[in-house]
Design a protein. Sequence first.
Length: 356
Amino acid sequence: MAGKFIEGVKPLQQFMEDGSFLMPEIPAVFRALQAMGAPEYVDYDCLLSLSGMAVRLAWLPGWPAHSHQGVFHSGDSLDTVKLALDRAGAKYTVREIADIGLDAAISEIKASIDRGMPVLTRVCGGMAVLGYRDDDLYGVGTFADRKKRVPPHGYNKVEGIKSYILFDAYEPRPVDAPLLLDTLRTAVHLARVTHIDSLGDAALGIASFDAVAEMMVWDESFEPLERGKRCEGELSFPYERPAGYWREDGARTLGERFWAGYCDYLCMLNGYENFARFLETYADLLPEWAGRLKQAAAYYRVACHYSGELWKYVTPNDKGVWKFRKKEVRYAFAAHMLRAKIYTVKAVEILEQVIG
């Protein structure tokens, strides 16, 4: 069988080793750049921060039965990837299968692999294609099934490609003062923006903390939920809301509300730790602001800390998640989110002074 592989690239883990498992695009970018010989400073903290994903937050109205971060895995996610690649020094071309056809796409991807250049796809949230055998493509991705990794490299078969990114060249761009300032501007924008048409009614940035806290304290539609069961009847809400506020397909199990709702939001908040390390690493590029940037990093770290406070109230199992139904537990979660908001605001205010 004819084939070629870019070897030595580590498969992506599904939980936290290469960043949050709910932010798959940037880990895929990370692996692709590694395959092209990225220098050591191009690490996950750097790419997550350059792309803006380290500080992106979103909360959807009601209790949808899917990831809140899903709003970033739609058309908007490609812009995130482009921003990371542009700032990292990559030159690339975006292709759509609908434009050129699957056979031509596979031939083009194989030709790129023959040149030693990986390809990025948006399958499984994001995959770095690193090889092929005949017309089968193989690569690594956060959501790729670990049980289906193919020896000897541990890569997964790539299926369902709709679009992909070809690399034309890669000349690593050092993080300098102008790039740092651009990254800070992105962080401020993502904190202060309240609405993006393409993301619908999602509460974004700092505003998302208020949305999370509100959902915790209004105690809406939790009463019908029973432990380990899906509520099939009508969900009643004790307080009136404007028409259209609630999603008709809202989460009908406690587990969905906890894992796909609240815990999913906290996974986004974990990106603050990556951004804090990025700020600490590069603060000295702006000597007059270095101390203040390190203070901002400390504020982001404290805000991130509050995401871990939930484990003092629940455990990651059915018995623990059942406590989410208790009003006093949700009130405590709301309080921690408002604390995280305060420290986020303090950090963003410093960044605004720096980019002034």
